[in-house]
Design a protein around this ligand. Sequence first.
Ligand code: NAD
Ligand code: UDP
Length: 336
Amino acid sequence: MRVLVTGGAGYIGSHTCVELLTAGHEAIVVDNLSNSSEEAIRRVEAITGKQLPFYQVDIRDYDGLDEVLGKHQPEAVIHFAGLKAVGESVEKSLLYYQNNVQGTLTLCDVLSKHGVCDLVFSSSATVYGDPASVPITEDFPLSATNPYGRSKLIVEEILRDLQVSDSRWNIALLRYFNPVGAHHSGQIGEDPSDIPNNLMPFVSQVAVGKLECLSVFGDDYPTKDGTGVRDYIHVVDLSIGHLRALEKLQQKPGVVTYNLGTGNGYSVLDMVKAFEEQTGRTIKYRIADRRPGDIAMCYADASQAKKELGWEATRDVNDMVRDTWRWQSQNPQGYG
Ligand code: NAD
Ligand code: UDP
């Protein structure tokens, strides 16, 4: 299959391009490089030995997208492009709605013109807000606590409406839990442009000596050790989930929604300990205040994806931390 990948130079997009190319698909990337580097594209080509056509195009640019679609005529789209920093979204809400919501509208307009109506969308477990219980199933109530989460929720609703209004569309809404890890080659990985907001990039930058000390945000949550519990999922498992979703769309299911997680919850201190055990490094940490907006526990019931996509995560926490460390230690400056 020929697949357009928006945001394909980014963290999850680049790993998904590796899986697409390795499985014999063709991929074409559009990315405005607002949070990524073209070096990621070159490394995907090096890992796979395949060509990955790349266009520095913004998804809000109708004409730019129109040209790429006219040239390559993809059969399906995986739509990763978006801004994802929760804190920034509170300060720059309009930018987040313009980029994530307006960008998706423009993309869908162009796709519709070209008759490309199979779409996989990067949603997030954040659409469950503060869930009443865990594990979380896809039918839990949805809510948002910040503009980033609301942009995902709004796009999910827009895509559902789009499919109702035009039955050519088949759409998979994939709700990711906490993607971590890197390709086992150590060639591609997560490369935050600033001080990382997320736990694992922060931990690995402490391990490599770029940052001094991890702040553990709260040790008074109602969890086994008081620190927040999340469902960390290896980025390669997550990427493979997108290939299964593309296959599902061939059955013309309309709109389908899947949690992509492992179904296991690990605390902040579990992750620190696993990292120390797997790397032999000591992670200096201190207990800090809770981070506003954080919830105690979030992990998936991923059984629907297993049943309907034949997909489940196979990489464990040790794989996640080992691969994170290989990427970080081989590329202390990221893509440089
Ligand atoms: P990322 O920032 O590494 O990748 C996103 C890519 O999109 C970047 O390369 C960026 O340059 C590009 N981009 C952003 N706005 C664009 C625009 N207007 N036009 C073209 N390109 C644009 O992030 P990621 O972690 O790979 O996330 C991919 C998607 O998955 C995002 O939509 C994100 O919201 C979603 N998601 C991520 C996580 C996570 O923890 N990483 C969790 C849930 C959902
Ligand atoms: N966390 C932390 N210190 C950090 C970053 C994160 O203690 O520097 C905690 C956070 O409170 C949460 C977990 O690690 O319990 C995962 O946070 P992350 O930002 O990676 O993902 P989130 O689940 O918030 O999207």
